[in-house]
Design a protein around this ligand. Structure first.
Ligand code: PLP
Length: 396
């Protein structure tokens, strides 16, 4: 389709951008399950391999189903282009390996996804890339962590599991003043609630596994940004090394994007109701949710996000046994570390997602043994409250 859809609203772009119909005229986008593509002549093959002529050659390079997903997501994030990957971690790895070299330095927020921390500490460190970890909300700490070789800032906002909100505009300014790039993992909000490029970020990464799919069916990820960065070194790295998104998963995510805005609205609504209810529960010591007026960065969340998201965490009065009691007494909320699903999930971060951190690092990050995280799904709010109350009511 050649029509210019770029000026249309995000909900229209979510269902219309990127669609490429074959001669069969199919309405729903197709899954192109092919590893390679056929050329008409040796001349055409040569022109395509040299890059003189656009066109598909091999699915590690480009695939029509993956491209439809990339174009749709790029449009929703307000980026020039996107590269789909086999998982969220593959997307983050492609950014680091595509842009950094030995001797470079990265500043990263302390509260990022556990595997991201391990990527810096266990993998990138072996290739001579050093990382410093600072608090997401302490803007001065980011400035202080800068070294002459700092190339990149990396953050997630809201943070996991405490939902702190980082000031993207301020951090983009600091990064740019020092010739560094700001990379934001936008997994928790999705482009429906927050578009980091509008606040000065240079690159957005996604785990499509979470809200973009939204129904727990497959792994995938994406990098979004300018043609120069994402279409350049990051795409080249991915094309050469092969963290490729499968066409089938691209098709799932492409359709996930179509319903993302209605799902995110449902997640936000349910999470707000659950957070407010938890906030007045006698067995709950503290609730973390950016939508609560008592959240320390509530005003910043309102500025950056058009909704407060589906992740709520809370501390029970008591310790790990009490937190586990709440988790073990649920009847339908799934006990799993995954998030962003229409099915609500419940997690004890200190012994699962953040279990590999030392007790000291965990305390530094504010993740106590009484903390429980809920990824609020799309079930009835009354049922969610009742399921959480089965354990909570035992604590009072
Ligand atoms: C899950 C997750 C990732 C990693 O994504 P995978 O698809 O599991 O590789 C990265 N960042 C955040 C915030 C996540 O929640």
């Amino acid at each position: 389709m050649d029509k210019d859809l770029s000026q249309l609203g995000i909900r229209t772009r979510a269902v219309r951008v990127g669609t490429s119909r074959s001669h069969e005229g199919e309405h729903s986008e197709s899954i192109y399950t092919t590893s390679s593509f056929v050329c008409d002549s040796a001349e055409q093959a040569a022109a395509r391999f040299s890059g003189e002529e656009p066109g598909n050659l091999y699915s590690r390079f480009t695939n029509p189903s993956v491209r439809m997903f990339e174009e749709r997501l790029a449009s929703m994030e307000g980026g020039e282009c996107a590269v789909g990957t086999s998982s969220g971690m593959a997307a983050i790895n492609a950014v680091m390996m595509g842009l950094l070299k030995s001797g470079d330095h990265v500043v990263c927020s302390l509260n990022v996804f556990g595997s991201t921390i391990l990527l810096f500490k266990n993998v990138m460190a072996r290739f001579g890339v050093e990382a410093s970890f600072v608090s997401l909300v302490d803007t001065q700490a980011w400035r202080a962590a800068i070294q002459p070789n700092t190339r990149l800032f990396f953050l997630e906002t809201p943070g996991n599991p405490l939902t702190e909100v980082g000031d993207m505009e301020a951090l983009a300014d600091i990064a740019h003043q020092n010739d560094a790039l700001l990379v934001v993992d936008n997994c928790f909000c999705s482009p429906v609630l927050q578009r980091p490029l509008e606040f000065g970020a240079d690159i957005v990464v996604h785990s499509a596994t979470k809200y973009i799919d939204g129904q727990g069916r497959g792994l995938g990820g994406a990098v979004v940004g300018s043609k120069a960065l994402v279409g350049g070194d990051i795409y080249s790295y991915a094309r050469t090394t092969g963290p490729t998104m499968s066409p089938f998963n691209a098709w799932i995510f492409l359709h996930g994007l179509e319903t993302l805005s209605v799902r995110m609205r449902g997640h936000c609504e349910n999470a707000m109701a659950v957070a407010k209810w938890l906030d007045q529960h006698p067995a709950v010591a503290k609730v973390n949710y950016p939508g609560l007026e008592t959240h320390p960065q509530h005003a910043l969340a309102k500025k950056q996000q058009s909704g407060f998201g589906g992740i709520v965490s809370f501390e029970v009065k008591g310790g790990q046994d009490d937190a586990w009691k709440v988790i073990n007494n649920t009847q339908f909320i799934s006990i799993t570390a995954n998030l962003g699903d229409v099915k609500s999930t419940i997690t004890h971060p200190a012994t699962t997602t953040h279990g590999r951190l030392s007790e000291e690092d965990r305390e530094l990050a504010g993740i106590t043994r009484s903390l429980v995280r809920v990824s609020v799904g799309l079930e009835e709010v009354a049922d969610l409250k009742a399921d959480l109350d089965r354990g909570l009511s035992l604590l009072v």
